[in-house]
Write a protein of this length. Sequence first.
Length: 40
Amino acid sequence: QFVSAVTRLQRCLFSIVEGEVVALQRAMEEAIHKGYNCSF
């Protein structure tokens, strides 16, 4: 039972990290697009 709780916790943490990575990538892409729009 302890092992299943640990794997559940790891899965939860992984999904949180994955969500943050996706959000960061989107923010960076938006910043890049805005930068190109400003320079041209």
